[in-house]
Design a protein around this ligand. Structure first.
Ligand code: AMP
Length: 226
């Protein structure tokens, strides 16, 4: 279902092409290497909104291209070597964290930004080595990210972007307290993008506590066949 959905609008070219956005040429090369040409609906909206830097609550399902929707503006803006972590992406599972990290790396042409992944059940020493050698973007699961903050091996005080992905799943998996704790250690001035299929009250509470004013983006239904 997902692929026919994506093929459908790619073929018809209903949505904007990535090349129509003001993205730098290196990033466009990265996008081209993945074979994407037209945005998905959520990508078009989130990339367009990214220009003014407001916080967003995006109601979007898995499989709609939301990883690139939040990833591309981040990679566009963090393209140089930095001393501190610039972006945090929280994912509910190890698989999603690895997948997101791989997708970020596939868009990155050149040495920066460096994206690393932190999840439970893996050795701390490799992760600490990666963090110490420097990275601009961290993708992780809430438990392990919180552990690294406690160990002082991860500093989020300078981040510019905080992405909370799969809000509903985070709630189902009991991660809300960990997430609140992570937010308390993050730069209060960072831009926050929250992705969740629905708007359950614990997720809305996180939004009102940490996001201040935010815009809500709802995903459009797929256009009807003519
Ligand atoms: P996601 O919702 O981020 O998990 O993306 C779902 C799938 O759609 C992934 O396998 C992506 O590789 C693919 N995808 C994302 N954006 C596009 C696009 N603009 N054109 C074609 N495929 C895409």
């Amino acid at each position: 279902v997902l692929w026919s959905y994506l093929d459908n609008f790619n073929y018809k070219g209903i949505y904007m092409k990535f090349s129509e956005f003001n993205l730098d040429s290196k990033l466009l090369d990265g996008i081209q290497s993945t074979g994407y040409e037209n945005c998905t609906p959520v990508q078009e909206k989130v990339i367009a909104e990214s220009a003014d830097g407001s916080d967003l609550y995006v109601q979007s399902q898995t499989g709609t291209g939301k990883t690139a929707a939040f990833g591309l503006p981040i990679i566009q803006n963090i393209h140089e070597k930095c001393e501190n972590v610039q972006a945090l992406i929280l994912e509910p599972t190890r698989e999603l964290a690895m997948q997101t990290c791989t997708e970020f790396q596939s868009f990155t042409q050149g040495a920066y930004p460096r994206t690393t992944v932190l999840y439970g059940g893996a050795s701390y020493s490799t992760q600490i080595k990666d963090l110490k050698s420097g990275c601009e973007i961290v993708v992780g699961t809430p438990g392990r990210v919180k552990d690294h903050i406690e160990k002082k091996t991860l500093d989020l005080s300078k981040i510019k972007y905080f992405i909370l992905d799969e809000g509903d799943e985070m709630l189902d998996m009991g991660f809300i307290e960990d997430i609140e704790e992570i937010f308390k250690h993050a730069n209060p001035d960072c831009r926050i993008l929250l992705f969740s299929t629905t708007m359950p009250s614990p997720i809305l509470k996180i939004a009102s506590e940490f996001m201040g004013e935010y815009e809500i983006i709802e995903e459009e239904k797929r256009p009807e066949e003519p």
